[in-house]
Design a protein around this ligand. Structure first.
Ligand code: DGT
Ligand code: CA
Ligand code: CA
Ligand code: ZN
Length: 586
């Protein structure tokens, strides 16, 4: 099990213990342990487990070290399984509803006997929840909305979490001697922000042992289908995974087909037909009733030469279409003219803005964050801790911010790190559109992110005006998470995105692409058009610890889906260029 999966289990244990009403210290130890595991480099974790030195890490005691080791080596944990069995399944299911945590579930269970989502819904509709001590009308509505959202979003998963589950499975497949080629397909390969199920595709002449491995691997909870050339399993993470096995000469056609999207596939088939070809997961063959027998034979000969997707697209007169663009949104027409953009790549990113430290709600200090950014090879790191109105996030007062500016200037001057640190803030946009810090304070910073963190339920017009007012203020560099959505959890605020984009372009303000896998905000669907109209973005990890700095990679995936190129993204500039750009903007 990799560190992300281990951290997820530890977090789960913390939550379940809280649900059982265990000692809060115990609960917190697991949550802290999860954060520590997440922040350790993967290689260090492995090395420490192998050498038995995990307990030397601050915050990891003997019991925790044993559990992490068991998870890492076996992919399972007896303690965790027993814990889950000891709690009614209905209560665990309620945990998946946003807006209701373990403490509240316990209270509802004790006072109203609620032990299932159905009973929870009924109690909410009857107004019983609102009447309880410590709940009220608002939290009842939040719970009901959570239940409705859960139905709406179904059982989808964040791309990032699905990817963490899929990577080791793909590696496992590739390590099997019978496997000639193996790839991810489906929405995971297309980097959709959420994923319904995992799709794996394998080229082989000997499928049986591969199917046997797939259904028996650690992490399989249930085998839902098993045949000679395909299998489906449900994993302990709740994710469903499909495996398909094809002969090597069919692989590229199957890979294209199962990568999708459906809309892209439909358009590709139509295009093939206009050329007298029938395209499917099996291959590309002359359409029935077209051409002479001789021609068909020749075509067939030609098709077997196709072993890569590049060749497949070329055969249909198209430039290679990267998987991220295969959404049936006009990519085929552009590929026909060989006019697809050269998409942004992870290696284009030279620094990251919008990151938090322990000064507000981050988990690592300024120096730790800088060291981590440098270790990632980044030339610069932009700090942006919260502003004073975000009290729950320990937002900085003017005085604390000025002190932080001094600290950062000192760090830069000390030459301790090659990575340059930019001073900044994530300044709250107050409900009336004014900013939490005044002009003079903002002017003292290298850059300013402005974000909405309160009064989410304002009317569309009020919210739109509020954000535009902030954009029009002096000393504002970029707008943070434009819609405030939390994927699979909460819709964004009601806001006229197009109008906000217009205002940003007019005022030369950047709209960030928040790379947090829970946000990916602004959504990729807006970017192609916005960038064409001149909007600049910045891929911002919004990191709250050192490990999250690397989330810029997830943002690059979303940017690629939005057809963005290096030129559309501020943080592809060199340090010298960024300094110049920021100076010119002030
Ligand atoms: P997901 O799993 O809901 O996030 O989305 P996908 O795109 O991974 O969909 P999935 O797993 O149902 O199927 C994988 C790909 O297989 C899909 O993107 C396109 C292809 N495919 C599946 N069913 C059909 C179909 O009925 N028609 C066509 N043209 N393609 C299909
Ligand atoms: Ca899928
Ligand atoms: Ca599937
Ligand atoms: Zn924020």
């Amino acid at each position: 099990m990799n560190k992300t999966a281990i951290a997820a289990v530890l977090t789960d244990i913390g939550t379940l213990l809280e649900l059982k009403g265990e000692n809060p210290f115990k609960t917190r130890a697991y949550l802290a342990g999860a954060r520590i595991v997440e922040s350790l480099p993967e290689a260090e974790l492995t090395q420490r487990i192998e050498s038995g030195t995990l307990e030397e890490v601050k915050g990891i005691g003997e019991a925790l070290a044993q559990k992490i080791t068991e998870l890492h080596t076996t992919g399972q944990l007896g303690f965790y399984e027993k814990l889950k069995e000891s709690i009614p399944a209905g209560l665990i299911e309620i945990l998946s509803i946003p807006g209701i945590g373990p403490k509240k579930i316990r209270a509802l269970n004790e006072k109203l006997g609620i032990d299932s989502i159905a009973k929870l819904l009924q109690a909410g509709l009857d107004g019983q929840i609102a009447a309880l001590d410590g709940f009220g009308e608002k939290s009842q509505e939040k719970i009901l909305e959570g239940i409705r959202n859960r139905e709406k979003y179904g059982r989808r998963h964040l791309w990032f979490e699905a990817f963490a589950v899929a990577e080791p499975i793909l590696a496992g497949l590739r390590a099997l001697p019978q496997v000639e080629r193996a790839e991810h397909a489906g929405s995971l390969r297309r980097k959709m922000e959420t994923v319904g199920d995992l799709d794996f595709l394998v080229a082989t002449t000997e499928p049986a042992p591969i199917v046997a491995w797939f259904v028996a691997q650690t992490g399989v909870k249930e085998v839902t289908a098993q045949g000679e050339t395909k299998a489906s399993v449900r994993l302990t993470s709740g994710i469903q995974a499909d495996l398909r096995l094809v002969p090597p000469e069919q692989f590229v056609f199957a890979l294209h087909h199962f990568t999708g999207s459906k809309d892209h596939n439909v358009a590709m088939r139509q295009r093939a037909l206009t050329q007298g070809l029938s395209m499917s997961e099996w291959g590309l063959v002359p359409a029935a009733g077209e051409g002479t027998a001789k021609q068909k034979a020749e075509d067939r000969g030609r098709m077997t030469d196709i072993t890569t997707e590049e060749q497949l697209f070329k055969q249909l007169g198209l430039a290679f279409i990267p998987p991220e663009l295969r959404e049936g949104l006009g990519e085929i027409e552009v590929a026909e003219k060989d006019a697809l953009p050269r998409l942004l790549e992870e290696s284009d990113i030279r620094g990251v803005f919008h990151n938090h430290t322990t000064a507000s709600d981050g988990h690592n200090t300024l120096e730790e964050m800088t060291a981590a950014a440098q270790a990632l090879g980044l030339e610069y790191l932009g700090i942006a801790d919260h502003s004073k109105s975000s009290v729950q996030a320990r937002g900085l007062t003017e005085e604390r911010l000025l002190a932080q500016i001094g600290e950062i200037q000192q760090l830069n001057a000390s030459g301790k790190f090659k990575c340059h640190v930019f001073t900044g803030t994530e300044c709250d946009i107050l409900p009336d559109g004014r900013l939490d810090f005044g002009d003079d304070v903002r002017a003292a910073l290298d850059y300013v992110v402005v974000s909405v963190h309160s009064s989410f339920r304002q009317e569309r017009e009020v919210m739109t005006k509020r954000i535009i007012k902030a954009i029009e203020s002096p000393h504002v560099t970029m707008l943070g998470h434009l819609t405030g959505r939390l994927l699979l959890e909460r819709e964004g605020y009601d806001v006229d995105v197009e109008k906000v984009i217009d205002a940003a372009i007019a005022n030369r303000v950047i709209i960030e692409l928040n790379a947090s896998p829970w946000r990916l905000d602004l959504d990729w669907r807006h970017w192609r058009k916005a960038a064409e109209r001149g909007l600049l973005t910045s891929i911002n990890p919004d990191a709250h610890d050192t490990a999250q700095l690397e989330l810029f990679r997830v943002g690059v995936g979303a940017a690629r889906k939005g057809w963005l190129t290096k030129g559309n993204v501020l943080n592809t500039k060199t340090l010298a260029q960024v300094k110049q750009w920021l100076a010119a903007r002030r």
